[in-house]
Design a protein around this ligand. Structure first.
Ligand code: FES
Ligand code: FE2
Length: 352
């Protein structure tokens, strides 16, 4: 089940810049595009005439034209033109969705349009007087969006799945401190490894043998966004309050459900270390994509194993503490939304 009254990333602005983007979100076909006036639009990607995908048509000054028989639709989904016909039937319309541009993304609201409040969209890029060079990418995964969130909320997997890239040793990981707390919008955790070996991907900056303190400061914003602030400093410096070392990143993870078993994983990484150097692509970007591909492979295989399986037979272990809180926060939001929907449905109709 999905939380509908929330903002999800529909596409990057760059994706939409020069084409109509067709994307299934929560099992609904959606087309995201800019009209000729430069306004961002999101409509049901299914023409109300014969069901053709509107994404096979073209943008007009104010909306979109179906590529099959030429009907035109406005941003609000209403039909404004039927070729060779002046009368437009009342039911000639497609569904429209609230959309907003923020950061590098177009965000979409799949729920009650009246409840859409742009203030709820996650802040990104980082609010910093020095521009952090950043880059973004998206992985289309055959795995539930919840699995991606769970992966990010349990970093103990770094020592195993990412042992040759960003993982510290098993013992460093086992000794990590972990502070977890619930917040108004979700869950926060701070994981700190003191006097740990620098992981392989950091070796250029921290020579072998040099110990580091590394931290991961994550905030889950229900339903599907995680903001990450992590870094590494020379061993002993973390407890002195030093936060700017040779490794410093902020990453936005935004995971949009496509279906119950697939999702779009958007990630956007700002590299604070590189900001002290010439601007450009963050120096750690290539390795970031490789690391997330390691996750992608595991998640897709995990999804297959969990199909037709009673998930209540799975167990929780100590390292699941933030993951479990995250699931609770998500379930609470979904249950609340369901309850208010049922309440509205059971309200008596006013008789005239
Ligand atoms: S299917 Fe769109 S105009 Fe006919
Ligand atoms: Fe991972």
């Amino acid at each position: 089940m999905f939380l509908r009254n929330a903002w999800y990333v529909a596409a990057t602005k760059a994706e939409v810049a020069d084409k109509l983007v067709a994307r299934t979100i929560m099992n609904e076909p959606v087309v995201v595009f800019f009209n000729g006036r430069g306004e961002v639009c999101a409509l049901e990607d299914r023409c109300c005439h014969r069901g053709a995908p509107l994404s096979l048509g073209c943008a007009t000054e104010t909306g979109i034209q179906c590529g099959y028989h030429g009907m035109m639709f406005e941003r609000d989904g209403s039909c404004s033109h039927i070729p060779g016909q002046t009368k437009i039937p009342r039911n000639a319309k497609v569904k429209s969705y609230p959309v907003q541009q923020k950061g590098d993304y177009v965000w979409i609201w799949m729920g009650d349009p009246q409840a859409a409040d742009a203030a709820g969209i996650a802040d990104y890029p980082p609010d910093d007087p020095v521009a952090w060079p950043r880059a973004n990418d998206m992985l289309h995964l055959r795995a539930s969006y919840v699995m991606v969130l769970e992966n990010l909320m349990d970093l103990s997997h770094l020592s195993y799945l990412h042992k040759s890239s960003i993982g510290s040793s098993e013992s460093d990981s086992a000794n990590a401190s972990m502070d977890v707390s619930r917040t108004e919008r979700g869950v926060k955790f701070l994981r700190v490894m003191r006097n740990a070996d620098a992981p392989a991907n950091w070796r250029k900056r921290y020579p072998t043998g040099q110990k580091v303190d590394r931290w991961s400061d994550f905030e889950y914003l229900a339903p599907s966004v995680i903001q990450q602030f992590s870094g590494g400093v020379n061993a002993g410096d973390y407890d002195k309050g030093v936060r700017e070392g040779a490794h410093l990143v902020r990453t936005l993870h935004a995971i949009t459900p496509e279906t119950e078993k697939s999702c779009f994983y958007f990630f956007n990484k700002a590299d604070g270390y590189a900001r002290f150097e010439a601007p450009g692509t963050p120096r750690t970007w290539a390795s970031t994509s490789d690391v997330f591909k390691e996750d992608a492979h595991m998640l897709e295989q995990q999804q297959l194993r969990l199909e037709n399986f009673d998930a209540s037979r799975l167990i929780d272990i100590n390292t699941d503490v933030a993951r479990v809180q995250m699931i609770r926060a998500l379930k609470e939001r979904i249950q609340k939304e369901q309850a208010s929907k049922e309440e509205r449905l059971s309200e008596p109709t006013i008789q005239q």
